[in-house]
Design a protein around this ligand. Sequence first.
Ligand code: HEC
Ligand code: HEC
Length: 308
Amino acid sequence: MSRFPELTSIALALSLGSTALWAADDAKPAGYWGFGEAATTEQIAGWDIDVRPDGKGLPPGSGSVEDGEFLYDDQCAECHGTFGEGEGRYPSLAGGEGSLQEERPHKTVGSYWPYVSTLWDYVYRAVPFTAPQSLTHDETYAIVAYVLYLNELVEDDFVATQDNLVSVRLPNEANFIAEQRPDVQAKRCMKDCRDPAAIEIKSEAPLFRPTPVAAVAAAAPAQKTAGESVYDASCAVCHSNGVGGAPMTGEAMDWSARIATGNDALYANAINGFQGDKGVMPPKGGFMNLSDDDVKAAVDYMVGQLDD
Ligand code: HEC
Ligand code: HEC
């Protein structure tokens, strides 16, 4: 016990009841627990170092590709390679463009990362591996500029600053999209909520059954139609496996009665969504960025799958 004098006295105070605990210092405000202290502005600033894609959070400072090259050669190259190619099994920081759809994607800052701000944040926060948070703001700008240069995204005379950094866009940005599937848009229920025990997942199929890459590649025609592309991106997640009661694409049994209601009815239900006997078809499958024509094209594609 004697190794923990503070704990002992807290336990003692608690055992005497709360009156005794607070009586020691009446000046403490209500709710004050008697330990810890308010964080100072400086302490908060030490933790508050995240940088957003719009540049919010970037500190003042600047650094050139030229300065970055020296810093990088000195502190990063031994692991990440002189040209960012990666030594041994250390990650590479450059290259890999166009590889994301290959069986073994090569993900780097240039080929995969969405925003330059992440690079700045990562470098300032976490590197070099052996001495995180040892770089100054200016050094971070310089190294970031150099890594961008290694990815051929800026010229060799580029000087990164608080103001211009986020104007550099990474090539893969557009492929990161906001999560739009309906289940993650649910609002938290705070009152008069349904009994959780009464909620069930109405699917006989496993919720997620990925199609093997090789099968997709073998089945993929040279050029997809617009409808097929929409279907693959937004509808297949449910309709290829019957998730949540969705009629399976290509299954005549699932579709013949529906198709008999006519194209307009199918379009309207796909666009506006509906609750049927099998489950819920969310409006546009939950992908509200799709136009009505996109959805119609996808429906045409789905219906067309019965012909062959
Ligand atoms: C001792 C080896 C070593 C050194 C030196 C080092 N790193 Fe790293 N770096 C790593 C390892 C290991 C990872 C992977 C860490 C992980 O995934 O958790 C990494 C990851 C990274 C990543 C993320 C890569 C990705 O695509 O996920 C960046 C960016 C990076 N380092 C930049 C730097 C920079 C800039 C420096 C020099 C200031 C540096 N590193 C120095 C070993 C090192
Ligand atoms: C979250 C799962 C889910 C997604 C994503 C989804 N659907 Fe559905 N869809 C369903 C379910 C479940 C039904 C069956 C509802 C019922 O009949 O009970 C359905 C039914 C349909 C029907 C039949 C309509 C009818 O009148 O019988 C069409 C057409 C359809 N979906 C088109 C689409 C299209 C096009 C997309 C993509 C843009 C899509 N769905 C995305 C779950 C989904």
